[in-house]
Design a binder for this molecule. Structure first.
Ligand code: DGP
Length: 112
């Protein structure tokens, strides 16, 4: 499959790894939008949030648990961070392998 994140997971494309287990891989975003900008990707190829099913509930819970762990490890748990799944064209999704952005380390732009 010609998927850049599958290739990163397989190690075919280098990345700066942050976390790895049997379900997910996390690495630094190549084009950071905040001092801390990390992506968590499920190892299973899932195109976007639209494609998660109830069978993925445990995987989704795990992704958020890993996000919490990473935020703590990177020292942004208390200062604050944003978790984003861009989903589809209008949201700016550019890689069609679902991924959770962790953004923090500074005051983020107001979305409200
Ligand atoms: P999104 O716009 O939500 O689809 O985010 C895709 C992100 O993936 C974007 O912030 C840049 C990042 N990205 C794209 N290609 C690579 C790559 O080859 N390596 C790394 N580390 N990040 C990448």
């Amino acid at each position: 499959m010609d998927c850049i994140f599958c290739k990163i997971i397989e190690g075919e494309i280098p990345s700066k790894a942050v976390y790895n287990d049997e379900l997910v891989f996390a690495f630094y975003d190549v084009s950071p939008k905040a001092p801390v900008h990390i992506l968590i990707v499920p190892k299973k190829h899932i195109v976007s949030v639209n494609d998660f099913t109830v069978d993925d509930n445990a995987l989704l819970a795990h992704i958020f648990d890993v996000a919490k762990q990473i935020a703590k490890r990177k020292g942004i748990s208390e200062s604050g961070y944003r978790l984003i799944f861009n989903t589809g064209k209008d949201a700016g999704q550019t890689v069609f392998h679902a991924h959770l952005h962790i953004l923090g380390g500074d005051t983020l732009c107001d979305l409200g």
